[in-house]
Every structure is written in C-alpha cells, then in structure tokens.
Design a protein around this ligand. Structure first.
Ligand code: UT7
Length: 308
C-alpha cells in the first residue's frame, strides 16, 4: 500500500474585489452588519471555474516541479462547473497537458476534503500523482438582490499536487459524512440561484464539524491538542469560532481567509491552507486538521501531517 504526500500547492482568485461598501450601495445592508455577523470584508468576483482551476493547478505543478504530463488524474471539486455536461475537469486536463484522467466531484463545501480522501484511495491502489483542485464561481448562482445571500459568496480556486509514497504517508485519519434529509436547507436548482435557511445551516454546521473532526482525530490516533493548525471551511467566522470553542482549540490556531474571500465553497479550504503555507504559519512536521461542511448536507474532515 502507498500513502499520500503533498508536493505542490497554488491558488487563483479573480482580480475584481467587491467590498461590503460596494454591496451596501445596492442592498439594504452595511459593512458593520456583514463584518459583525460573518467576518467578511470583501470577496473576489469574476472569471470562470475552469480558468481559476487552471491557474491554481498550474501554480501547484510549478511548486512540485512537475508538468501536466506527470499527472495521472485531475480531480476538480466544484459545484459551479462551466456547464452541466461535459464536466469542467477535462477542460483543465487539456489546458495543463495532463496525460491521465479527469473527474469533477460535487460534495459542495466539503468537496475538497472528499477529493483528498478519494485521491488517497487511488494513490494507494496504483496511481502515482494526482492534481486535486477546488474551484468555484459562486457569483454566477448568487442572487445579487438578496442581502442574506449576496454578502456571503465569492469566487476562487486552490490546488494541491498529491503523490504516492511508500508506507502510510501523511493523511493520518479522515471522516466523510452526509445527511440527504437536509437537502432543502441549502440548495440551487438548475437555472436558479442559491436558497438557504442560514440559521439552520449554521446550527448544523457547528455540530457536524465538531463530530466529524473528533472522528478524524480519533482515527488518526491524535488529540486536538496535537493539532498545530485547523483549516476549516470558510462560511462564517462565527461558525469557525464556535467550532473551535467546542473542539477545545484556540481560534488563534484556525486559518482564516474569509475576511478577504467570503465563502468560496470547494475552494475555501485550499485557499486557507495555501495562505497559511505562504505566510510561513506551517512548519515541517505540523499536524493539520481540515474540516468542512456544506450542502447535502455533507461534511468531511482529515488530519494531515505537513512533511515539507
Ligand atoms: O457553505 C455553507 C453556506 N452557508 C452558511 O454557512 C450560512 C450559515 N449561516 C450564516 O452564516 C448566518 O445565518 C447568516 C450570515 C446567513 C445570517 O446571520 P444571522 O445572524 O443568522 O442573521 P438572521 O438570518 O437571523 O437575520 C437577523 C436579521 C434579520 O432581520 P430581523 O428579522 O431581525 O428584522 C434579517 O432580515 O438581520 C437581517 N439581515 C440583514 N441585515 C443587514 C439578514 N441579512 C442581512 C444583511 N444586512 N445582509
């Protein structure tokens, strides 16, 4: 059996910044309300999911010192593909010259961690290198006239290069979950925009992040005190704070980029992770807890040792 190591990382965001002040010009809201209730100050808007995914993927390949022809599979976690059919990952595969396969994965905001676990299984059974990307253009399914939704979402992408290694590797434990009876609390029908019962999503989100994180920690054989950095899905700063409190970890140990990017669904965990890597917050040997929740509902957590 082979394990997994991370050898490359990258991100991409559109250049257009939409501030809370800009939203307040057309919506009955304010910078003060948005910051206090969500922690969001601005978000990026624009581009396409494939273009962001290609840029983030190329950056990750560069860090790994690889080209597309070295990659056996691209997994693109997204809820906002360029179209319904075909998937968006073949566009990424073609642009990056990837020689292997391509698949989209939709587990909403848990998608990146679902992709990490999927990649781990495929690397264990024979693939050598996988490019895992989370990319979204939520702006195209956001109702910009609805203040309860428009303030939350943004566009962006993050990517990791994952390689097989002899032995157990660096994914130490994980948990995946789903509860399809909660489909109606957060959804987007074809041709429509996101509809959400924000309060109910909030309530469930904290609970499932904590339960799922604890399962991943237990399976990894570590405790929350061993975790150097929590990399949570960036949906609301208050959700991150509540989850940290219930997990028994200081919120200082959580990676937070929601102030700059808002909620970017599948892209939020890699955007937060890569931001921490690039700002020197992560050292070799650190243990990271990645945890997310999203529409479905779905949830996913993983304990990753940072070996670089
Ligand atoms: O990836 C997962 C995706 N989604 C989430 O994680 C969302 C989770 N939920 C949340 O983040 C929060 O529930 C929201 C940020 C969506 C809303 O915050 P809240 O503290 O739960 O506010 P609320 O819905 O209880 O609304 C409180 C008040 C209401 O007014 P009344 O009824 O008290 O008069 C809303 O109409 O705030 C009003 N309101 C706003 N006011 C100013 C709602 N949105 C806004 C706004 N600006 N943008």
């Amino acid at each position: 059996m082979s394990g997994l190591v991370v050898t490359g990382w990258g991100t991409a965001v559109p250049s257009r910044v939409v501030t809370n002040a800009e939203l307040s010009a057309t919506l009955d809201t304010s910078d003060e309300w948005i910051v206090e209730r969500t922690g969001i100050k601005e978000r990026r808007v624009g581009s396409t999911t494939s273009a962001l995914a290609i840029e983030a993927g190329r950056a990750a390949l560069d860090v790994a010192g690889l080209t597309g022809s070295d990659i056996d599979l691209v997994i693109l976690a997204t809820t906002t593909g360029d179209r319904i059919v075909p998937a968006t990952s073949p566009t990424v595969q073609d642009a990056l010259g990837i020689s292997g396969g391509a698949m989209d994965l939709n587990a909403a905001c848990s998608g990146f961690v679902y992709g990490l676990v999927t990649a781990s299984g495929l690397l264990a059974t024979g693939l050598s290198r996988i490019l895992l990307i989370g990319a979204e253009t939520l702006s195209k399914i956001t109702d910009w006239t609805d203040r309860s939704n428009a303030i939350l979402f943004g566009d962006g992408a993050g990517a990791l290069v994952l390689e097989a290694t002899e032995g157990p590797g660096d994914l130490l434990g994980w948990d995946l979950g789903s509860d399809g009876s909660a489909t109606n609390i957060l959804r987007c029908e074809h041709g429509s925009t996101i509809e959400m019962d924000g309060k109910e999503v909030f309530r469930r989100a904290v609970r499932v992040m904590v339960e799922s994180s604890n399962l991943a920690l237990e399976r990894a054989g570590v405790s929350i005190d061993d975790i150097d950095l929590v990399v949570p899905h960036q949906a609301n700063l208050r959700i991150i704070q509540a989850a940290c409190q219930r997990l028994g970890v200081s919120e200082e140990r959580a990676a937070v980029v929601i102030d700059r990017y808002g909620n970017t669904s599948s892209a939020s965990i890699p955007l937060a992770l890569v931001d921490s890597l690039e700002s020197g917050r992560v050292s070799s040997g650190d243990l990271l807890l990645l945890t997310g929740f999203g529409a479905g509902m779905t949830w996913a957590s993983a304990v990753l040792r940072w070996a670089r």
